[in-house]
Design a protein around this ligand. Structure first.
Ligand SMILES: NC(=O)c1ccc[n+]([C@@H]2O[C@H](COP(=O)([O-])OP(=O)(O)OC[C@H]3O[C@@H](n4cnc5c(N)ncnc54)[C@H](O)[C@@H]3O)[C@@H](O)[C@H]2O)c1
Length: 350
């Protein structure tokens, strides 16, 4: 039997406990969670109690990286620490699955991509939506040219009342921004992948802060500290690409909408598609038909597939589906949108 891949998880908060640890624990024949780490002793203790078989526990991530037995590391800490922990992990010879976004900005993202190149190990970014069976199926239609050339897309990650009440999600200095960099990035990454990653050339963006500082807004995701809310609560952008295509992106933590929207809409010369729920539209006999698949696994946990894929890439020495370069492209677009919003004009992306 092949050797089990040994995994270290840095940061044992929401995403580690909700996705990474259960994802790895689901494939015990393939991998072993060898060590965990959190600077917060309480978080470390409560996770240790849930996973008593994990032998090594640290408050300093560098001690975890010092373990030669570890093959791959999940970086599950807040955005402001993605860059230095990932760079250190790669330098220590570990493959890295870093949670999204790649870093606080493109400068950090570029450092992380460079560190992966130097190390000979790989960097995967946690855009798990790509692993959804419905999105994998849609990508097959696109790659078979059944939608023709995709020239326009709309990416939406809109919450009605969804400011996270935990962590540092409302602190621009630690998070880099608000819903755009937290949830908008998921739908943007998915759209870029569907479109085959054309080169972005410019973005025109706007951000708004209309609700986050109000004490009377009821949170559906816990109560945040409205006095220290420093990020946008809604953002929108038009992104242009060198092949003439455009993406319109909308993202909110709070908006006066009837309901939340998470979707990607694609318009192509031969067909169109909606990702959530998946439907494909094509012209047939001078009529327009839309159809949706029956898929038994359509509600599968995409995080579990993501962890399994990370382990498989380490074992089989393969490149991941979501690369550091893909994460960097998203970060460049984020930077341009925030800059465009600050300057009130379209901004070039180099
Ligand atoms: N892919 C997804 O769908 C998804 C969902 C939620 C969060 N995330 C991402 O995961 C990351 C973490 O989010 P979360 O909700 O788990 O936050 P969280 O605040 O619940 O957990 C973060 C944990 O990291 C620990 N930590 C901070 N600095 C550390 C360090 N230097 N070394 C070790 N531990 C450290 C904190 O003490 C905390 O326990 C963010 O980047 C977020 O964008 C991704």
């Amino acid at each position: 039997m092949a050797k089990k891949i040994r995994i270290g998880v840095i940061g044992t908060g929401g995403i580690a406990n909700g996705a990474h640890l259960p994802g790895y624990a689901k494939i015990p024949d393939e991998c072993e969670i060898f060590a965990i780490c959190d600077i917060d002793s309480k978080a470390l203790k409560s996770t240790s109690e849930k996973y008593p078989d994990i032998k090594h526990k640290f408050e300093d991530y560098k001690k975890l990286l010092d373990m030669p037995e570890i093959d791959g590391v999940s970086v599950c800490t807040p955005n402001y620490s993605h860059c230095h922990i990932t760079v250190d992990a790669l330098a220590a010879g570990k493959n890295v699955l870093c949670e999204k976004p790649i870093g606080m900005n493109a400068k950090e993202g570029a450092k992380m991509v460079e560190a992966a190149k130097k190390s000979g190990k790989f960097l995967q970014i946690g855009y798990n939506s790509r692993f959804a069976p419905t999105n994998q199926t849609l990508k097959k239609f696109i790659d078979a040219k059944e939608l023709g050339d995709i020239y326009y897309a709309r990416a939406q990650a809109l919450r009605v009342r969804g400011i996270p009440g935990w962590g540092v999600f409302i602190d621009k200095s630690k998070q880099g921004g608000g819903p755009l960099i937290d949830i908008g990035v998921h739908m943007l990454d998915l759209t870029l992948w569907f479109m085959g990653h054309p080169k972005p050339i410019s973005a025109s963006g706007v951000t708004y802060q209309k609700f986050g500082k109000r004490s009377d807004i009821v949170g559906f995701m816990g109560q945040w500290d409205y006095k220290n809310f420093t990020v946008e609560d809604m953002a929108a952008a038009l992104i242009r690409f060198d092949n003439g295509a455009t993406i319109v992106l909308e993202s909110s933590f709070v908006a006066n909408l009837k309901e939340d929207h998470q979707n990607v809409t694609l318009l192509g010369t031969e067909g169109g598609a909606e990702a959530y729920p998946l439907s494909i539209t094509q012209e047939r006999h001078k009529s327009v038909f839309s159809f949706s698949p029956e898929m038994p696994n359509k509600n599968i946990n995409t995080h579990a597939v993501e962890m399994a894929s990370f382990v498989e890439c380490i074992r089989d020495k393969k490149q991941p589906l979501v690369t550091g370069e893909h994460g960097l492209m998203v970060a460049k677009i984020m930077d341009a949108i925030y800059k465009s919003s600050d300057e009130g004009k379209e901004v070039k992306i180099l």
